[in-house]
Ligand binder design. Structure first.
Ligand code: COA
Length: 160
C-alpha cells in the first residue's frame, strides 16, 4: 500500500494549491475560482502569511492540502487552531490522505499548546460531515455570518 506523506507546502507549489483550493470551492458550490498562484503565495507564505498550507503526497505526488491558522477559543479562553480548507483529489480519496492531513494539523495544534482545533463545514456537505464525525469531531450549532463589499464599506463608514 502506498504511504501518505504530509509536509509543509513549498512556494513552488502555489499553482497546485490554487487549483485544489478552487476545486474545493467548486465542490461546495462557491463560484468564481478566486484562488491564483499569486494569491496563495501572498497569503500562504512569508512572515505576513494569513494561513499555513500543508500538502499530502501519495507515491510522491501531491493529492491534497490543508490550510490552517492561529485562532482563539473564547469558550475556554485559550488559543486554538482554525482549519480553513481540507481537500483530497477525487481519484485519491479513501486512501488515508484526508485523515493524515487532519492528524498533522492536530499534531501542530497540540505542539503549539492550543486547546482545540476548529473549522466550519457546509451543512449540505454530508461526506465531510461523516468524515469529521469519524475523527471524533463534534458540531456546535452556530451560524457563520459575514459582511462584505458595499455593506462592509457602509458599516466601516459608520466608525467614529
Ligand atoms: C473529506 C475528505 C478530505 C476525506 O479525505 P479522504 O482522503 O478521502 O479520507 P480518508 O481516506 O483519510 O478517510 C478517513 C476515514 O474517513 C472515512 N471517510 C472519508 N470520506 C468519507 C465520506 N465521504 N463519507 C464517509 N466516510 C468517509 C473513511 O472511510 C475513513 O474511515 P476509516 O478510517 O474508518 O476507514 C475528502 O473526501 C474530500 O476532499 N472531500 C471533498 C472536499 C471536502 O468536502 N472537504 C471538506 C470541506 S469542510
Amino acid at each position: 500500500m502506498t504511504t501518505v506523506r504530509v509536509r509543509g507546502a513549498l512556494p513552488a507549489e502555489a499553482a497546485i494549491l490554487a487549483e485544489l483550493a478552487n476545486d474545493l470551492n467548486d465542490h461546495v458550490g462557491i463560484r468564481g475560482r478566486p484562488f491564483t498562484p499569486e494569491r496563495v503565495l501572498a497569503d500562504g507564505f512569508g512572515p505576513e502569511a494569513a494561513f499555513t498550507p500543508l500538502v499530502a503526497e501519495l507515491g510522491g505526488a501531491v493529492v491534497g492540502y490543508a490550510f490552517f491558522s492561529a485562532g482563539y477559543n473564547t469558550d475556554v479562553a485559550a488559543r486554538s487552531i482554525v482549519l480553513h480548507d481540507l481537500f483530497v483529489m477525487p481519484a485519491a480519496r479513501g486512501r488515508g490522505a484526508g485523515y493524515a492531513l487532519m492528524a498533522a494539523v492536530a499534531a501542530k495544534t497540540v505542539r503549539a499548546g492550543c486547546v482545540s482545533l476548529e473549522w466550519g463545514v457546509h451543512t449540505a456537505n454530508a461526506g465531510a460531515l461523516e468524515f469529521y464525525r469519524r475523527l471524533g469531531a463534534v458540531a456546535a450549532e452556530v451560524r457563520v455570518m459575514s459582511v462584505s463589499g458595499e455593506r462592509l464599506r457602509a458599516l466601516a463608514e459608520a466608525a467614529p
